[in-house]
Design a protein. Structure first.
Length: 155
């Protein structure tokens, strides 16, 4: 049984990462869909009364909707859903301590659009305790959307 962690953030690259992990998983594998959230403090501004529970509820709803949108197959890996408070890169590296494989998209929702790898995927590749697969965003594949396995970055 293989424990696979897939980081999701709502980007096309994260969806491609999930699709890759699910396609390569078997019924004996566990695929953990992991989403992290955090609040960025703003210094010098008076913050309204944030309710951290609301942020966690919203993040859990995001993951539930993501999983519901997937066409699961009978012989596919079992799916677990996790929401963790913290910086995405650090959360994925921490989770890699107990995983057999981490799968991430090449770039997520932030950052410079032309970058080959995003800051999260770069950090995870360099610091994870297990192998990492970085799946290119759909627009980084060939004209058919196919991703050449030689373009995957593994560790």
């Amino acid at each position: 049984m293989t424990k696979i962690i897939v980081g999701i953030d709502g980007s096309d690259a994260a969806r491609a990462a999930f699709d890759w992990a699910y396609e390569h998983g078997t019924a004996q594998d566990t695929l953990t869909v992991l989403h992290s959230w955090r609040i960025y403090p703003v210094i010098g501004l008076e913050a309204p009364g944030y309710n951290l529970v609301d942020f966690e509820v919203e993040a859990n709803g995001f993951v539930r909707e993501f999983v519901k949108s997937i066409g699961l197959r009978d012989d596919g890996p079992s799916i677990e859903q996790r929401v963790v408070h913290g910086a995405p890169a650090r959360v994925l590296v921490d989770e890699s301590e107990t995983a057999d494989l981490v799968v991430v998209g090449s770039r997520g929702l932030g950052g410079f659009r032309g970058a080959l790898l995003g800051s999260v995927s770069t950090f995870v590749v360099h610091h994870a305790a297990c192998p990492v697969v970085v799946v290119p965003a759909p627009d980084q594949g060939d004209s058919t959307g196919h991703v050449d396995s030689e373009r995957e970055v593994t560790r």
